[in-house]
Write a protein that binds this ligand. Structure first.
Ligand code: SF4
Length: 339
């Protein structure tokens, strides 16, 4: 496996500054390897967008990073903790090393400026030596890179379709050739045909330009199309992490099973969607034990008392970690659930 480019270690985020803050991220550990697409899946409110904003130091108040480290290995091989960088270092690392495509990014373009100007402005802000004409040329090249004809560089955002505006935002994120691209629900507002085109484009660009991607979505079946590995989040924690095909074909955590049962399969015969009963827990009042216990069809007594840790599953399995007592050796399982 390629070397790590981004290592998130024991990351904690709280919302609220008072004596009783809500713990929104609770000790997240993730590693992104060079050239890899890591998918993050989970319901709304599980903390996946907060993870992207915290890891890039873009978390707005009242969000507060209360612990952890986010190591980035840059092109020169230096391994630095993003959370400890000074303002100038952080400004230079953003876009050049790490870029982000925001949720609903296609609505982030300024309606009164041509798209080429908006890309050119981003280039000139980070590369002061680049002249405006040169930046416009680069903007046109970037549009071609994401599959938009260069002659659209002088268009205003309203002259482009939703899919094209989203591609413009991807072009802008790629302008300084970052090593790591966070994409937060980049295709959610698009129809399925456009979703597929953009996914194919991202895969092709990743192969050609060699960047790594953290792709965030609630749609785990979409991730199977693009991700190398998938991490499933629930209540501010990673509850399962494995190679994408393994999560899709044989999810181990009951929540992963519920998520996969909530979306129609992209291939193969139709099946009935089962959904997940109940609602996500209130993060400000989490019960002791497993946060999924109230919704889990396999909950046992131990689940309501002991919080399961994310641990590698039994030897012989492909590399996979799961936070569930069903996969803890000292819990006696009913035969139907034995792994
Ligand atoms: Fe279900 Fe228990 Fe596993 Fe939690 S630890 S997911 S409640 S079986």
């Amino acid at each position: 496996m390629a070397e790590p480019v981004l290592e998130i270690r024991d990351l904690h985020v709280d919302y609220g500054f008072d004596d009783d803050p809500t713990h929104v991220l609770r000790g997240v550990d993730l590693t992104l390897h060079r050239g890899e697409v890591l998918g993050i899946a989970g319901e709304s409110g599980c903390g996946k967008s907060t993870l992207a904003y915290a890891a890039t130091r873009l978390l707005p108040p009242p969000g507060l990073i209360t612990g952890g480290e986010v190591f980035l290995t840059d092109r020169e091989g230096r391994r630095r903790d993003i959370l400890s960088l000074g303002d100038a270092e952080l400004r230079s690392a953003r876009w050049r090393d790490v870029a982000i495509v925001f949720q609903g990014a296609m609505n982030s373009l300024n309606p009164v400026f041509r798209v080429g100007r908006q890309i050119a402005d981003a280039i000139m802000a980070h590369r002061p030596g680049v002249r405006r004409a040169e930046a416009w040329e680069q903007a046109a090249d970037l549009l071609e890179t994401v599959g938009i004809s260069a002659d659209r560089v002088r268009d205003y955002p309203h002259q482009l379709s939703g899919g094209m505006r989203q591609r413009v935002m991807i072009a802008m994120a790629l302008a300084l050739e970052p090593q790591v691209l966070f994409m937060d629900e980049p295709t959610t507002a698009l129809d399925v045909v456009m979703q597929r085109q953009i996914l194919e484009q991202i895969s092709e660009l990743r192969d050609r330009l060699g960047f790594s991607v953290v792709f965030i979505t609630h749609d785990v079946s979409l991730l199977v199309e693009i991700a190398d590995r998938i991490a499933v989040m629930y209540a501010g924690e990673i509850v399962e992490e494995a190679v994408a095909g393994d999560v899709y074909r044989r999810p181990r955590h009951p929540y992963s099973q519920g998520l996969l049962g909530s979306f129609p399969p992209l291939h193969g015969p139709r099946r009935e969607l089962t959904g997940i009963p109940g609602t996500p827990p209130d993060l400000s009042a989490l019960p002791p034990g497993c946060p999924y216990a109230a919704r889990c069809p396999h909950a046992m007594d131990v689940c309501r008392e002991v919080r399961p840790a994310l641990t590698p599953t039994a030897a012989g399995e492909p590399a996979r970690s799961v936070a569930c007592h069903l996969h803890t050796e000292d819990v006696r399982l009913p035969e139907s659930l034995a792994v």
